[in-house]
Design a binder for this molecule. Structure first.
Ligand code: M6R
Length: 627
């Protein structure tokens, strides 16, 4: 997840671009850069680090250009570095591109470009874009037959073809994945070309000037009038107007909409808090996390080339807090699918209990920040004892990624709220993919059809999360009932027991209500003594093989006075249960990704009802860098 800004108009571009980047830093902050048109040349200024580094390191006050594009990066392909920072130029330095999104087939495009004489210098997926535009621009201007074919394909109703736009359209036709692209051409003064698919982009309209951005906040100080760019659309942005095109390069009219946001609301994209914004970002975050690791319903994890999965006789999954719950929620996938004993451990315990580790042990570490002190220490210990280490991390280039033998990145984007939400669902997604990879490598072709079915199933999860989010108001109403409670209990069996544990952690950390979780079968062994009239109990039941038992345990609590809410994707119609929250059906292996979402929403709305600071709960830090 990155942020982009663009400007064409009568002011100096640099201040507009820099201010825009500063308000987009929540989308990424590991490197920043900008490119401006300067008398048929493109000047690029970029470096690793925050936007402030740009103004500190370059004399931007002397840059007079009135046309420019800019980018703040959250690394996905290629570690944070000056070289990998955007903008990227093509080999001839004719085209400059900033890009938000992931080009899934960049490796294939890269090979094509290299075969056609291009050199690629960075490790990014983005650098293929300006070079591919250059390739097509060259072909359009030198190959008459090719040009005619493209004119027929795209431009039958668009007589005065802009060759750069046509080249950009040809290039995007070759790209799979997501993109919001801004493109400068050194010979086209006063204009920025844009294209979008599955990554956000708005164009802000001003008097004799126009603005482009990933999100409204970046340009809200300049205009309140916006065009919202849809997938597949392209445009040419000039000072006196914007021309939009559909994917066939037909001109289209877009409605200009006025936004009445204040600056603070806009930073959160209209959401009241980062936590709510991050909860609602989950469909995109999960989709990007699946990204290129599932291709044609098979697992593709080149990051793990070289790991001999057959040699392991056990797996430790080690992490803290929510990240550890992601490990618990996927433990059974490793065991049931890959047939390998799997232990999930808290990093703070693992490191002090002399775990049995040798070179036949695989240790998997999970961390959003990649900086959690206990997880780093546990990782170092595992390495010292000869284990193979794989880490599942969100922040590129963080400490854990530098120590670990292998790294799988989640692509949740920056998580700012202390309560982890989108990082959890992305961790479960990546761990599920890892479990399938291990199963495939250990068991061989006899499991192929099962994996294929599961890959298909996982690919539909982002849309199903969206369905759960569409019913957020249900949890808002429930929160109004629960927010005065002193205690809340969560329960489930199997995978659902761990969703219960994560649900309880979410509620206690942001609402300060005492919340606990027990596997449903355990209540009778003690905790049932805590149940009295009106105590809220949230049950989760997503596996038809064990639902009946969970429900029967819930009824036992209900007869002792509990106020029961059941989160389920099964047809359980029990009139005695006070509330039933329906979520979409899916394989029990991935149901935790769907089942946690209503619980995240419930915690959020309960904390709001109590008037608490949701994003910064008391006593907690986002990253726990001390043990
Ligand atoms: O950055 P990490 O994933 O390593 O952080 C681990 C925990 O500190 C973190 O998940 C914590 O439990 C969250 N506050 C939970 O919402």
């Amino acid at each position: 997840m990155c942020g982009i800004v663009g400007y064409v108009g009568s002011q100096r571009a640099v201040p507009v671009l820099i201010n825009g980047l500063l308000s987009l830093e929540y989308r990424g902050y590991d490197s920043a850069g900008l490119a401006v048109l300067n008398n048929k040349n493109i000047d690029v200024f970029k470096n690793q680090g925050r936007v402030k580094n740009l103004t500190d390191n370059f004399d931007l006050d002397s840059v007079a250009s009135k046309v420019g594009i800019a980018h703040t990066r959250w690394a996905t392909h290629g570690k944070p570095s000056d070289l990998n920072a955007h903008p990227h130029l093509d080999n001839s330095k004719t085209f400059a591109v900033v890009h938000n999104g992931i080009i899934e087939n960049y490796d294939k495009v890269k090979k094509f470009l290299i075969a056609n004489g291009y050199e690629l210098y960075s490790q990014t997926d983005t650098e293929v874009i300006p070079n591919l535009v250059h390739y097509y621009y060259n072909k359009l201007t030198n190959d008459v037959e090719f040009r005619q074919a493209q004119m027929l394909t795209y431009s039958t109703r668009y007589s005065s073809v802009d060759d750069v736009l046509l080249a950009l359209r040809c290039a995007t036709g070759d790209l799979t994945g997501s993109y919001a692209i801004e493109l400068l051409a050194s010979f086209s003064p006063d204009q920025v070309y844009i294209a979008k698919k599955d990554s956000p982009m708005v164009v802000g309209s001003g008097e004799g000037e126009n603005f482009i951005a990933s999100d409204i906040p970046a340009i809200l100080q300049h205009t309140k009038n916006f065009y919202f760019i849809e997938d597949g659309e392209l445009g040419i942005v000039k000072p006196d107007g914007v021309t939009f095109f559909n994917g066939s390069l037909e001109k289209i009219n877009k409605e200009l909409k006025s936004i009445e946001w204040d600056a603070e609301a806009s930073e959160k994209n209209g959401f009241d808090d980062y936590m709510l914004k991050e909860i609602f970002e989950q469909p995109r975050a999960i989709r990007e996390t699946i990204g290129t690791s599932i291709v044609d319903n098979a697992i593709a994890l080149p990051e793990l080339d070289g790991v001999d999965f057959k040699k392991f006789n056990m797996i430790y999954i080690v992490a803290c807090g929510t990240a550890m719950h992601a490990g618990l929620a996927t433990k059974s996938i490793f065991e049931n699918l890959a047939h390998i004993p799997t232990i999930v451990d808290m990093a703070s315990e693992f490191r002090y209990r002399n775990p049995l580790i040798d070179d036949k042990t695989l240790c998997v570490f999970i961390s959003q920040s990649g900086e959690t002190a206990d997880t780093i220490a546990a990782l170092k210990l595992a390495k010292e004892q000869g284990a193979t280490t794989i880490s599942v991390v969100n922040v590129i280039g963080s400490s854990i990624t530098r120590v670990s033998d292998y790294v799988l990145y989640t692509h949740a984007g920056p998580e700012i709220a202390v309560a982890s939400t989108k990082a959890f669902t992305c961790q479960v997604t990546t761990l599920s993919i890892l479990a399938m990879e291990i199963a495939s490598k250990r068991i061989g072709s006899s499991i192929d059809s099962k994996i294929k079915e599961l890959c298909k199933e996982l690919s539909h999860i982002p849309d199903k999360v969206k369905e759960v989010l569409d019913n957020a108001d249900e949890m808002k109403s429930l929160a109004k009932e629960l927010y005065k409670s002193k205690d809340v209990y969560f329960t489930g069996r199997g995978f659902d027991a761990y969703v219960a544990t994560e649900g309880a952690l979410k509620l206690k950390e942001i609402s300060y209500i005492h919340a606990d979780s027990y596997p449903s079968g355990e209540f009778k062994h003690g905790p049932i003594a805590l149940i009295e009239k009106d105590v809220p109990v949230i049950g989760i039941a997503t596996n038809e093989d064990i639902n009946a038992k969970t429900v029967s345990n819930l009824l036992e609590l209900l007869t002792r006075g509990a106020n029961v809410t059941l989160v389920t994707n099964q047809k359980i119609e029990n009139p005695e249960i006070q509330h039933t929250v329906k979520i979409p059906e899916c394989s029990p292996l991935f149901a935790s990704i769907l089942a946690i979402v209503p619980l995240q929403l419930l915690s959020y709305y309960v904390a709001k009802e109590k008037g608490l600071d949701v994003d910064k709960p008391r006593n907690l830090a986002k990253s726990v860098t001390v043990e």
